[in-house]
Structure formats: C-alpha cells, structure tokens
Design a protein around this ligand. Structure first.
Ligand code: PLP
Length: 374
C-alpha cells in the first residue's frame, strides 16, 4: 500500500539531558523479548527479582517495594494519594519544578500544603526544616526532593527523618534523578516513602516508577478513614498483586510486562557494576565535566550540584535554543534547557547511568567549545 507510513526508525542520539538517559542494548533486547501473561509463574518470578533488586538499590528492607506502572510522576501521585487524606496538613520543600509539582499533587489530594521555600538552586538545612515543623506542628508529612532535576541541586537528607519523626510526621522523598546514581540510603536515613523513575540513572526506558514504603507509611495507610482517591494507584489493592499479600496474586491491572523485563535487566546491570562503583562513576564523571565546563565560562548555578545533572548558566550573548539546536543537529547530542525562572538562562547536562562515561563527557565538552567559539 502506498499510503502506509515508513517504519519507526528513531535517530541515534546521545541523551545528555534531564532524562531519558541512554539505554543499553541489553535492556532494549530484554524489552523486546516475548510477552508473557502477567500471572505466568515465570513472569511473577521476574517481578519478584525486580522488587528484590530494587530493595538493594534503594538500600532498604521494606517489603513493600515495587515498580508502579507509569513514569516518575505516577510514583509521586501514588505516594501522595495513599499517604494523604483530605484535610491533612503537609510541608513541602519548594526549590524548583518538582517541589512545586509535589505541592500541586498534594493539594489535589485535599491537603493543606505549607511550602518551605528557598531560592531555586539552593537546598534546605536542618534548621529550616525544624523552623517549618515548629510553625506547622500539625503537619503529618514532609515531602522533599533529593535530586531537583530542574536546578541540579542536591539535597542532603541525613538527619531529616529524626526531626520529622519527632513530630509524628512521615518523610516522603523524590529520588527520581538520584536512584542508581547518587548515594541514597532509605533505611539508614529513615525515609518512610520514596519514589523514583526508570529513565534517569537506571538507564531504562521511561514507563515504571519504583516506590518503597516503610513500616510507618504502611501503618498510616492502614489507618486511613477515607478511601484512596485513585483506584489505579491504591496501594492496598496493588500490594496484593506485587507482594502476593501472603496469599494468591490478585489481578488489579495488567502489569507492563515488557517494561518489567527492561527494568529487571537494567537493575542486573546496576548490580553487576556494583552500586558503590556506579555511584563513584557518576561522581567522577561530574568532576570531569565540571573541570571542563568552568574554563569555558559555564558556571554552575546550584551551590551543591548533583552528579547526575549539571545545571550551568548560559554565558552573556550566547543563544540558548540556537546552541542546543546545533548540539542536536551537528553532534546528535541532547541537553536540556532551563525551566521556570531559569528558562533561556541555563543549560542542563545530564550524566545519568549509561550516559555517564568519559567518552560522552569529552564529546559534549568538545562540542560546546566549538559552539561557544562562534
Ligand atoms: C523526571 C522527574 C520527575 C518526573 O518523572 P517523569 O518520569 O517525567 O514522570 C519527578 N521528579 C524529579 C526530580 C524528576 O527529575
């Protein structure tokens, strides 16, 4: 037939933006393996492996650790709808796009959100958190972004849970851009609930959102008076499928089978490399990039930069969109532009998972050097 479209043949890009990150062939091959039924014993074994490896990568013993169907935002919504009841007071750290979104998501759950705000690019101190808890003693939950991808800021989390738990509140963390690329210790840091994504430091295509809930979060969910507003993301039903719930697996929705294969393979690759080695690689590639960017006049915006996302100010007189277009057209390299107040003023260079290599760092530096010459 002459009116059919050509087949889907995407260009080969080097993905050095805020996500998705480059996906290894092994992971793509797993994605393309034959589809099993979602209750097939072999598939359930793959799912169990995936949850077990997620526990290792999150550094947690939490039984309720599984990949939510959907991207990182589905994980954010899943945590919010299950942990918040209408009328709850919550505190959210807002220092970029994702904290702003968390506030919006929680307000849609009926929460009264007290924003803990600071300049974009900055992070929160224990003193600031303590002051917010003092100001809002009824807060039942504190939400904070570990890796604020919109600004490249890295939020330290040690000590946060102690302050939050002392007030009987729960600590919820957005680790979408840190899981598998940055130090992240769910149990040691006392995090009660956490969500991530597959297409950042895990180097898997987008489509699943790993989440983990601790004992206090489970108790909060069990004590709910109001039904979870979302049927699709209701953990009380989802857990009967993902963990077996002590009995038979119960159908809730069809798990994204092939995405589970891909995530399983991506996690095998994380553990083959070794979590600590992988985190050290992200740190080393960040240092290498930074050492090359600063002499080009590209200054880091955040005070504490992430390793996985490098957010730099575009020098005076340099065209944002034009520069990124040349990177894409001439070099096949994708980087990100600024968001919100940083639109047109910042470039965001992601070094995530499979993308965090010497080859990519040196290539993007060489390309930027050429582009900035003009
Ligand atoms: C990418 C990202 C998200 C959202 O994930 P999606 O996969 O785009 O839904 C949430 N939080 C942070 C910090 C992110 O970087």
């Amino acid at each position: 037939m002459s009116d059919t479209l050509p087949s889907t043949q995407p260009a080969e890009r080097i993905l050095l933006g805020p996500g998705p990150s480059p996906v290894p062939h092994r992971v793509l091959r797993a994605l393309g393996a034959p589809t099993l039924g979602h209750l097939d014993p072999q598939y359930l074994g793959f799912m169990d492996d995936t949850c077990a490896m997620l526990r290792t990568v999150f550094q947690t013993k939490n039984a309720l650790t599984f990949p939510v169907s959907g991207t990182g935002m589905a994980g954010m919504e899943c945590c919010a709808v299950n942990l918040i009841e209408p009328g709850d007071e919550v505190i959210v750290g807002i220092n970029g796009v994702f904290g702003t979104r968390m506030k919006d998501v929680m307000e849609r759950c009926g929460a009264t959100v007290h924003g803990l705000e600071t300049t974009w690019g900055e992070t929160f101190t224990l003193e600031q958190l303590k002051a917010a808890l003092d100001a809002h003693p009824k807060a039942k939950l504190v939400g904070i972004v570990h890796a604020e991808t919109s600004t490249g800021a890295h939020q330290p989390l040690e000590g946060f849970a102690d302050l939050v738990h002392a007030r009987g509140a729960l600590l919820l963390v957005d680790a979408v851009t840190s899981l598998g690329g940055h130090e992240l210790k769910v149990d040691a840091w006392g995090i009660d609930a956490i969500y991530s994504g597959t297409q950042k430091c895990l180097s898997c295509p987008p489509g699943l959102s790993p989440v983990s809930f601790g004992e206090l979060a489970l108790a909060r969910m069990d004590a709910r008076k109001a039904k979870v507003q979302s049927w699709y993301l209701d953990v009380s039903m989802l857990r009967k499928y993902y963990t077996g719930g002590g009995g038979a697996r119960v159908y809730h929705h069809t798990a994204p089978i092939n995405m589970t294969y891909a995530l399983r393979e991506a996690l095998i690759m994380v553990l083959e490399e070794g979590l600590d080695t992988r985190i050290a690689r992200h740190a080393a590639m960040h240092q290498r990039l930074r050492a090359g960017l600063e002499p080009l006049g590209l200054r880091y915006i955040p005070t504490r930069s992430l390793h996985s996302l490098n957010c730099v100010a575009i020098p005076e007189g340099v065209d944002d969109a034009g520069g990124r277009k040349r990177l894409l057209q001439d070099y096949g390299i994708e980087i990100g532009g600024g968001l919100g107040p940083m639109a047109g003023k910042a470039w965001r260079i992601g070094l995530m998972g499979h993308g965090a290599t010497v080859r990519n760092v040196d290539l993007v530096l060489a390309a930027l050097r050429e582009i900035l010459k003009r």
